[in-house]
Design a protein around this ligand. Sequence first.
Ligand code: ADP
Length: 445
Amino acid sequence: MTRAISLHDVSKSYTRGTRVVDRLTLDIEPGEFLVLLGPSGCGKSTVLRMIAGLEEIDEGELLLDGEWANDLLPADRRIAMVFQNFALYPSMTSRDNIGFPLRIEAPGEDPRTRVDATARMLGIEDLLDRFPAQLSGGERQRVAMGRAIARHPSAFLMDEPLSNLDAKLRNHLRAEISGLTRKLGVTTVYVTHDQAEAMSLGDRVAVLRGGVLQQVGTPRSVYSLPRNVFVAAFIGIPRINLLRGVVRAPLDGAMTISLGKQYLRLPEPLCLDHQLLRVQQGREVIVGLRSEAVRIAKPAGARPGEVHITGLVEHVEFQGHEVLVHFNTGSRPAVVPDLEAPRPAPPVRRRRRDSGSVLERLRNRAGALRAGPVVALEHPADDAHDPAPPEGRLPGDLIVRTTPDFDLRHGMHVPLLVDLAHLFVFDQHGDRICPAPARLPDLEE
Ligand code: ADP
């Protein structure tokens, strides 16, 4: 049996006045693999613990298969948890570790058959007589998985189960978990701060920030239509390029988005999405360009919908099958304060002229922890911009992914073509305005 898990307007506070989970609504289908994704401290584990019954729900309701379950005892939920620290009993063999919950649940029954079947499924038959100290990290995590599986739970809750393992093993076990849970068809809620893990595992991904759900959707939809700057920047490697721009929509000329020293000229006739930008005339916006939305090519080679800019090569990251080129295009990057995994730190740090007072930085940090607007563009972008990058970033403002064929070196000026079909524009608060939200508000409401 597998279960539907629903959270309706669920909130949780540990200290008065601070909600670590804020009015969360999520409906998880039976058999679905849902990933809760977000930076450390955004409330993911708290959500998981509330589903498991290990944490009380302050407000809202939890439904298991449509039945009110806020007060159901953890043991009555038939839900198994897998943690990152494996949580095995050191004095028990793998066999006893796997069989232990079965003995508790059905004291009179011999767990041997179920333990053996589970061990076969996980390929750990040879490890059954070993103690945890005699197992590698990956083997211990398999035994921990075995303990969860042997109970034949109706749902799995997994809290960063692979984060203590090395990268190679993590990839391997990730594929195993995905295969196993699908084979068993058991509803799984999986917590991670690793977007690559979320994207490769989830049927759907729910992105949390400061306890507030930002977006839930298939990996493809959250990547291709992020609802706001936070989701856009949290998902995707390398991180999306976010540039501060100003919409210029003169009555008698072409509409452009000014990006500091250069601009993107929107092709005529304007498509519907670009027409919607007209109301932003004169306002500052954030332009989002994924690394694959820009290519290195001369203006003469432009395809319909591509516009030309130039970039100065600042840094070339060779990655074997591809190269990431960091360009300076003379624009100012927009900073999303509460993101983990910022772009890699530069080899040489430069001081930003307006890096801000301690108070300002604290204010930014506080803003990040609240689930208010994702970004706040406090200082209007002037076209005579400050070329110094924010601290901790490479000097380039635009990362372009390309093949290793180009011989690019620091200091070269390179022609670039931007594919406007892949242009994102976000407003001052970080909400996406282009492409337009898929569902327009119901005018009859
Ligand atoms: P995540 O899993 O996303 O890293 P958590 O759900 O563990 O986040 O924590 C969310 C917030 O709640 C954090 O700020 C954390 O410090 C706080 N928190 C978690 N558990 C407790 C607790 N038992 N008492 C007080 N604060 C807690």
